[in-house]
Design a protein around this ligand. Structure first.
Ligand code: LMR
Length: 394
């Protein structure tokens, strides 16, 4: 049997992680995978997470199964964090999932179960794993224009023109904030126009919200998701706690299904439960429990929000420093977009030869499409990157 297996396509982000690990050079810089690192290059366990874990160690008396959908208290806490009352609680079905990727996977399967004809519209570009999972599930995808390679901002006119191709029942995958990989985002006026278009076409939004709190703040980053959920008859939301709680390896995510008509929620919930049972049965609990404790305990929540805000502002500062340094060294404003982008990532728009050169000659690792993880930088490495970019002739 095993000899019938064929080689699988390489995941570029995972491959880059491996290459970085194997590079023995001092001074190598990892701007690849989307993992936050502090100025010392460490991905810390957040203080509130440590404290919640300490309390959990003392208080937890059983590791018995929780429920197929996870802990209802986790649902409530996350629904409040993401939607903040934008819709009534009864309108929302929820399932804990292994990370945001698990939530995306379950959402795609639900779409396929509900409507095998549905096509999923994806931004060009999008997170490569969206495309990979959709392909694996044999769901037809249609890409819509998103990123203007010249201005490094959103090509909104192109996006809207491509969304004209939507048919009733199609799904549009949108990044709630901090677009991955580009860093370029819609403003709220544009989101409203997208909502109007979706409703006019009878299409269903699916929002991937993996970076709430990393862009403009916890509420601002969820504003578009709240608008969509409150304005469309049906919305799917895949939210991740990996980045904003720094609990990457705990696999903590949630899938939400919002119905304008609350009487539909029970059916959605039942299907979420079925999907969890088929794919992995009970979702992981540890990260979800820690997140719930933090969100519901005022002292822990304050500690978490403060550290998250520090993280966000640190990334913004690095963006400004990099944009300034590039401006100084290149004598042009063409990298000003780095300070405008939000979240962990920016697509620099470098040719692939320059990306290879930076890796081979300078030990600077970024994804092949020239996406950098801003959080992989620090005050000292920003000038090194800026110099290398300018020397690479970009
Ligand atoms: C990324 O885009 O780097 C992250 O979302 C991590 C991953 O799983 O790819």
């Amino acid at each position: 049997m095993f000899d019938k297996l064929t080689k699988q396509p390489v995941d570029k982000i995972m491959q880059l992680m491996q290459m970085y690990r194997e590079d023995s050079r001092d001074g190598k810089i990892d701007l690849g995978v989307g993992v936050y690192k502090n100025a010392q290059g460490v991905t810390p366990v957040m203080k509130a997470v440590k404290e919640a874990e300490r309390q959990l160690l003392e208080s937890q008396e059983t590791k018995a199964y929780v429920g197929l959908l996870g802990d209802p208290a986790y649902h409530d806490a996350m629904i409040d964090l993401v939607l903040a009352g934008a819709v009534a609680r009864e309108q929302v079905a929820a399932a804990a999932t292994p990370g945001g990727t698990g939530a995306c996977r379950q959402a795609f399967e639900l779409i396929q179960m509900a409507n095998p004809e549905a096509r999923v519209f994806v931004s060009n570009p999008t997170w490569p794993n969206h495309l990979s999972i959709l392909k694996y599930l044999e769901i037809e995808t249609v890409s819509y224009r998103y990123f203007d390679e010249d201005t490094r901002a959103v090509d909104f006119a192109g996006m809207m023109a491509d969304l004209d191709g939507l048919k009733a029942g199609d799904v549009v995958l949108l990044h709630g904030c901090c677009h991955n990989p580009t860093g370029a985002n819609l403003n709220l006026t544009e989101w409203q126009q997208v909502v109007d278009k979706l409703n006019a076409k009878g299409a269903v939004p699916m929002i991937d919200l993996a970076y709430q709190g990393f862009g403009d703040g916890l509420d601002d980053d969820a504003a578009a998701t709240r608008l969509v959920a409150a304005s469309c008859p049906e919305t799917l939301i895949a939210a991740s706690c990996s980045k904003n709680f720094g609990v990457y390896r705990e696999r903590t995510g949630i899938l939400l299904g919002v119905s304008a008509d609350a009487s539909k929620s029970a059916l959605v919930q039942e299907n979420f439960s079925f999907l969890n049972r088929q794919n992995y049965s009970f979702p992981p609990d540890h990260g979800a429990r820690v997140v719930t404790m933090i969100l519901t305990d005022p002292a822990l929540r304050k500690m978490w929000e403060e550290e998250l805000e520090e993280t966000r502002l640190g990334m913004l500062k690095l963006r400004e420093q990099l944009a300034g340094e590039l401006q100084r060294l290149s004598g042009s404003d063409r990298f000003g977009f780095v300070a405008q982008h939000r979240g962990m990532f920016s697509r620099l728009g470098l040719p692939s030869e320059a990306v290879d050169k930076l890796r081979e000659e300078n030990g600077i690792y970024m994804v092949g499409d020239s996406r950098i993880n801003v959080a992989g930088l620090n005050e000292k490495t920003v000038p090194v990157l800026a110099r290398a970019i300018v020397d690479a002739g970009s």
